[in-house]
Design a protein around this ligand. Sequence first.
Ligand code: SF4
Length: 675
Amino acid sequence: MQLEYVPTICPYCGCGCGIYLVVKDGRIAGVEPWKEHPVNEGKNCPKGKNAFDFLYGDGRLTKPLVRENGAFKETSWEKALALIAEKLKKTDSNSVGFINSGKLTNEDLYVIQKFARCVMKNNNLDNASRFCHSTTVPALISTVGSGVMSTSELNIDKADCIFICGTNIKETYPILARRVIRAKRKGATIIVTDPRRTLTARTLADIHLQLNPGTDTALINAMMKTILAEGLEEREFIEKRTRGFQELKDYLTSLDMNDLERITGISADVIKEAARIYAKAETGCILYNAGIAQHLTGIENIRALADLAMLTGNYGRPGTGVNPLRGHINGEGFGDMGPIPVFYPGFKPINEENTKLFEGYWGVEGLPSTPGMTYMDMVEKCSVLYVAGANPMISAPDTNSVRKMLEDKELLVVQDIFMTETAELADVVLPAASWVEKDGTITEVDRRVQRIGKAVDAPGEAKPDWKIICELGDLMGMKEKFNFNSPEEIFEEIRKTVPQYSGITYERLKKAGGIQWPCPKEDHPGTDTMFVERFATPDGLGHFQVVEYKQPTEIPDEEYPYVFSNGRIIFHYHSGTMTRKTEKLNNEINKAIVEINTEDAREKGIKAGDEIILKSRRGEIKAIAKPTDNIGKRVLFMPWHFSESSPNVLTGPSAGPPSKMPGFKFCAVKMEVKQ
Ligand code: SF4
């Protein structure tokens, strides 16, 4: 039998590396790097090299299931969808919510949000971006007008100073990290802020600012204060392209460097050195992720970074800007397509004017013109919850409370490729096609729209997510609104409703590397650098924001003396649904390990390999102790890929408007050795 090579995109992180799926006898037999692909240039990280094994492990869903007398029973698609439609028709539309995922394609997401809006007449839509970059969007809209990555991944190596904040890119974006390594070889200085001495800090950083957890704003303010004190700000850029400078200057001048040194735990001399290097760089690039964004103060942290970049004129040129590194394969698309409570597709805010616009696009009346519920509000308040590709039992904070709320639903529908922890609680489970079993597009971290291609048939009766929703739309009496026969037909509608995508076609996306939006016309090459002449704010100017340092709400005390944080490691991805079913990756690490400062471990009599119990005010989990000097005193870190020891049992739900971001990266815990 001949081998077939199908080009597609790695299903894991937002780097968007090209791969070839090797198909033999209707099955994926291997993965080969896509050498001509500009993002990864023929390289893949361990996850990309093993990007298909999980498809053939145990537990793929192949038939619709309904719960009867507490147990799942196989049923037909007709019966499963009829049951859902009947319940949706009888339920108050405000009580129905839709949780979706960055694993889905743009076409899947577009159809889901259209269903919620046109059929259920609500904006109760959200996804895991609530838990990673819901702070990014309001923070960057208020400063530069748009929450997107401002440079291209491919231009990072043009920077001569790269400031990496709260992200361990060597493990979480390994291929993007190659561009940082390349820049360093060309002479760039790398500054890393992280409370841990991560692999990135140890092997890439020229300066590691090992700050106290949760003090990012104080650190960035200290850097800006230094820049102003030493006259290193970019005067011409500030005058021509920004406003609000004087207020920021007055505020920074009022701060006491000794206070900032004490809060951050970093000597003023080291902060000043980092500030000078970034300010004097010809091209300064800021990369950040969850370590900055996943805080109750995430919006403030990101606004401060945008201030820093504007103060030094580091916007509008290749390799500059403030760049959020979104984690999912479709990390940008799951904002662009509008499956969120406050934006229609194309980041058009939910208001009267845009509601009229979309009523016109879709030929419907009565679309809701007020924002819908966010992720946790839906988990708490909706009586019917439709979960497509997401796993709130692992991703959402305070898991014990989430379980109770999901168990109380009148109807919980889960549409996924595996029986996830959330699906186990569902009333109806629908088998979905995976990313190798359907066509579509995804939009990567740097606004890069790319095509994924169907390589094999889905197992059993599994169907693409978009198709399932279209069939449900038909049952709900809206056949003509969901009469799509292919993802390309859906994409053609996206081109009409999302102006950033107007010039992109399936034909054009055959090119390796895809096209970066905005792309307004079919002869437009796409946009690698944002904000070249003006920012995306209504007046075209960058808006400086005064950002005050705020102490985290749950600070350690006598009873809970440690700060607990969590993150990703190279061998696993998010809730582990795929990577833990991949033997080679799971063999690398298959247990939750907690990093403990060596002295703290000694004081508590803890040795490497001991089983530890971590307790917060919300619950407790077990993990294996790993004493290390790479983490500061009284700080603990563990990966969050292991459902049996999910850090979100410990983390708190508290989150304020407008982002409703939980404080994932900071909560107070105590630890005990398991006897
Ligand atoms: Fe896949 Fe990300 Fe690794 Fe690239 S860097 S191969 S996209 S996991």
